[in-house]
Design a protein around this ligand. Structure first.
Ligand SMILES: Cc1cc2nc3c(=O)[nH]c(=O)nc-3n(C[C@H](O)[C@H](O)[C@H](O)COP(=O)(O)O)c2cc1C
Length: 307
């Protein structure tokens, strides 16, 4: 029998039993996956980004495969805040895991109104503010691409929501550190990165774009080195907790981000291939720690290059 392994982390006031969460848009609102495994084993669940009103999203085709990942232009299709509160939150609040609601808006006021409504529900432990969706014409990246507007959205959300606010950053910017600094100065408790990288693909036989929106977001293993470099840059320049996202499918992928200084990670595209991927990563982390004789996950975080 080995010693007990402590996987718990604290991210800007948000307590997680382990550092593995599911990424927004890759786990819907949790119900489907709960038929496959017990979601309470996860560190946290992050919902699909919610807008105030429901959204249909883009017409199909919305996704296509690439050599090492996928392109998607879903167009933020979601049930809207009212349906979420009535139909999805009652399920999520029964789980013994952190419930993080992702929000997106086309105006500053929409973000603020979403935050105000969600603040009324103690079972919403944290908000992840999506200022980085590359696939919609209005909102999202419009706010996340410049430090000024990014900071203003976070300040507006912070004013309404008293618990942890995480700013989700885009890689489609010149200097991600500058954006991270702005949201940190505006009161973000943590940042998560990265959202998808803008890309496209063409079918040479039909001579048409493979996704209806032309531009989509690239995710999956192909983006991991880019994401890891960006996480390391932000960790090296700021004191704010960082959540790593991008192409994480295995325990060693997750460990790379933790070693680089991420306090937690999110698993996205890998959930479409294997919904149990996050669970396998949690088990793998325990085994790694036992082998390394490290019993507190916090003793791993940010230790790259320390030997
Ligand atoms: C189909 C799909 C839908 C997504 N929807 C959202 C979303 O609604 N909000 C958001 O912040 N990110 C969304 N993302 C981005 C992911 O949360 C994640 O940041 C990105 O895919 C990189 O991680 P991965 O390589 O592990 O998938 C979506 C990604 C995919 C593939």
């Amino acid at each position: 029998m080995g010693l007990d392994i402590d996987l718990s982390v604290n991210i800007g006031g948000l307590k997680l039993k382990n550092p593995i969460m599911t990424a927004s848009g890759c786990f819907s609102y949790g119900q489907e996956a709960s038929e496959i495994f017990d979601l309470s084993l996860l560190g946290g669940v992050i919902t699909k980004s919610l807008t105030y009103l429901p959204r249909e999203g883009h017409p199909p085709p919305k996704v296509c495969e690439t050599e090492a990942g996928m392109l998607n232009a879903i167009g933020l299709s979601n049930v809207g805040i009212v349906n979420f509160l009535a139909e999805k939150l009652p399920f999520l609040e029964k789980l013994d895991t952190a419930c993080v609601v992702s929000i997106a808006g086309s105006t500053m006021d929409e973000y603020a109104r979403l935050a105000r409504k969600l603040a009324e529900h103690e079972s919403v432990h944290a908000l992840e503010v999506n200022i980085s969706c590359p696939n919609v014409n209005e909102g999202g990246l419009e706010f996340g691409a410049e430090p000024g507007p990014a900071g203003k959205v976070i300040a507006a959300v912070k004013k309404e929501f008293p618990r942890t606010v995480i700013a989700k950053l885009s890689p489609n910017v010149t200097d991600i550190v500058e954006i991270a600094e702005s949201v940190a100065d505006s009161g973000a408790d943590a940042v998560s990165l990265i959202n998808t990288l803008v890309g496209t693909a063409i079918d040479i036989n039909t001579r048409s774009f493979k996704i209806s929106n032309v531009f989509g977001g690239l995710s999956g293993p192909a983006v991991r080195p880019v994401a890891l470099a960006m996480v390391y840059k932000v960790v090296s320049n700021l004191d704010i907790p960082v959540i790593g996202i991008g192409g994480i499918s295995t325990t060693s992928d997750a460990l790379e981000f933790l070693l680089a200084g991420a306090s937690a990670v999110q698993v996205g595209t890998a959930c479409f291939i294997d919904p149990k991927a996050p669970l396998k990563i949690i088990d793998g982390l325990k085994k790694y720690m036992q082998n390394q004789k490290i019993y507190d996950i916090n003793d791993i975080i940010g230790t790259v290059g320390n030997r």
